[in-house]
Design a protein around this ligand. Structure first.
Ligand code: GDP
Length: 534
């Protein structure tokens, strides 16, 4: 360890780290992620009136072009980290952008989380974006809670929703509670663990904590509040629950089971019950794999990796902030760290935590926490820093691009800045860059997960490198690394529709116009491997 850090009692270190709960909420747009985030903050005492985070989101932006773009689109490009203490725990909520046009950043944020909360709209079930984000969680093997939201609106049958989770996501759903009524008659939930019923009252504009009444299933208010049919169904379903799988903590941690909660983030029903279970069941910081084996979070050496780089957070300073997930030990301001990717030793003296878009200097943080390191242009996505300095964390996976476009520099006199910008943005993970081989055109092809990334790249090239560009969308939908016998590869019908390109490492990449085309050529040329770019 470096001399700059003070020693900490191992038991105290362990206590701090094991109290951390670091997670992200995943959902399809409009399922209620922002609303649930706010309500968790409300119940976590981090805000006093729900609505303030959203309001702040809408207000910010006036300060920079970057933010202006965000405001115009009415979406959140930046992922922020929200930290709040709750019942002897420290909750770190990684906020992921949820708009249709979400980007690779969203996926990468999940690499910094120890578990995820999947929000489903009770009327819609598992939707497309939910599924994509869920697959990233599955690949990482992190546990997933399911919050079935909007029970205060007409909902699908709860058993049907569980069935959908099981068949589509291939996880065993274990309902931890059961809704009482739905739509206008939704009045609360039955908690399986305690056999208690939690009934709630709505509050003005749903802004404050809802009064809660803990009672039992035979409370006459239940029979009076829902229809005879619903009452009968409720008892029938609760009887059936015993025949469903029991919650098994190991199976939950391994992703075999998902713990399911019903509620309504808007009206606050079921939110606290969920949060109370969440802090008990969610795992503390997990060990991250490195080239020296797994790094135990409760080890004395401080270490972490950069999972996101956000440029222009404060345009007055032209700064870019690298977000670091702490993987082990304790961070102390002014710690000396090694950065194996450049071989340099750095002193971390400017470090921040974030709440919405406000930043505060952080002097101390622990494994599981996220800190922001502003102003250091040397960091790239996936970089390791550590006080011991003799290992690197496993690289962050790349995620399959779905959109492709040529980027044309409109001012040939600025070719040098253009290329510098492209390479810098690529190393920050803003997009992937390909070049068409054997072509006279040397305009780079950008490959992205979400189309919004194109705009971000263009805006940043203009703001930071003073380069104007034009985008020429390409019709391709997917790409694969191509490996195999050279003569066969040369025989492939390379043309515009199946474009031959290479990435910045010189690997051959084929762009396909459809999945159908890819499977056709995979079958036709069994000796050629078309590998997913991940
Ligand atoms: P996000 O896109 O997933 O972040 O979704 P939001 O939290 O912005 O919610 C989308 C819309 O659904 C908003 O109009 C919310 O007010 C509404 N909404 C969210 N949760 C609930 C809920 O529990 N019940 C009802 N009725 N509406 C909800």
């Amino acid at each position: 360890m470096s001399q700059e850090t003070t020693t900490i009692n191992p038991e105290t270190l362990k206590k701090h780290i094991n109290a951390r709960r670091t997670f992200a909420i995943i959902s399809h747009p409009d399922a209620g992620k922002t609303t649930l985030t706010e309500k968790l903050l409300l119940y976590g005492n981090a805000i006093h009136l729900a609505g303030s985070v959203r309001a702040r989101r809408n207000q910010r932006s006036a300060t920079s072009d970057w933010m202006k773009m965000e405001q115009e689109r009415g979406i959140s490009i930046t992922s922020t980290v929200l930290q709040f203490p709750y019942k002897d725990h420290v909750v770190n909520l990684l906020d992921t952008p949820g708009h249709q046009d979400f980007s690779e950043d969203t996926y990468r944020t999940l690499t910094a989380a120890d578990c995820a909360v999947m929000v489903l709209d009770a009327a819609r079930g598992v939707e497309e974006q939910t599924l994509k984000l869920f697959e990233v969680c599955r690949r990482r093997g992190i546990p997933v809670f399911t919050f079935i939201n909007k029970m205060d609106r007409p909902a699908q049958d709860p058993l049907g929703l569980l069935d959908e989770v099981e068949t589509v996501l291939k996880m065993q759903p274990v309902p931890m509670n059961w809704p009482i009524g739905d739509g206008d008659t939704f009045m609360g939930v039955y908690d399986r663990k305690t056999d208690e019923v939690h009934l709630y009252d709505r509050t003005a504009h749903n802004q404050t904590i809802s009064p809660e009444y803990i009672t039992t299933l035979d409370d006459p208010r239940i029979e009076a509040g829902i229809s005879d049919f619903q009452f009968e169904e409720l008892h029938l379903n609760i009887g059936l629950l015993d025949e469903l799988a029991e919650y098994d903590h190991e199976k939950f941690l391994s992703g075999e089971q998902t713990a399911v909660y019903f509620g309504s983030a808007l009206t606050n029903f079921g939110v606290q019950l969920f949060l109370d279970d969440f802090i008990k069941m969610a795992p503390p910081p997990s060990a991250y794999p490195s080239d020296q084996g797994k790094i135990d979070p409760v080890s004395p050496g401080f270490s972490g990796f950069v999972f996101k780089i956000q440029a222009n957070m404060d345009p007055r300073h032209r700064d870019s902030v690298a977000f670091l997930r702490i993987c082990s030990g304790r961070f102390e301001r002014n710690v000396q760290v090694k950065h194996p990717q450049t071989g340099k030793t750095l002193k971390l003296s400017r470090t921040y935590t974030f709440f919405a878009d406000e930043r505060a200097v952080v002097d101390e943080a622990y494994a599981g926490d996220i800190i922001g390191l502003p102003g250091n242009r040397e960091f790239s996505i996936g970089d390791t820093i550590s006080s011991d300095g003799d290992f690197s964390f496993e690289p962050i996976p790349r995620f399959a691009a779905e959109h492709y476009a040529r980027l044309i520099n409109l001012d040939v006199g600025k070719q040098k800045q253009f290329l510098k910008g492209i390479h810098q943005l690529e190393s920050e993970g803003a997009m992937q860059v390909l070049y068409e081989t054997d072509a006279t055109r040397r305009d780079p092809i950008l490959a992205v997960v979400g189309v919004l990334q194109f705009e971000v790249v263009q805006a940043r090239l203009e703001n930071e490198y003073n380069v104007q560009t034009k985008l020429e969308p390409l019709p391709h939908q997917l790409s694969r690394w191509v490996e195999g016998p050279k003569e066969q590869i040369d025989q492939l019908p390379w043309r515009y529709g199946m474009m031959r390109t290479e990435d910045l490492d010189g690997r051959l990449v084929a762009l396909f116009s459809s999945a159908h085309e890819l499977s056709f050529y995979s079958e036709k040329y069994p000796d050629i491997k078309f590998l997913s770019i991940q």
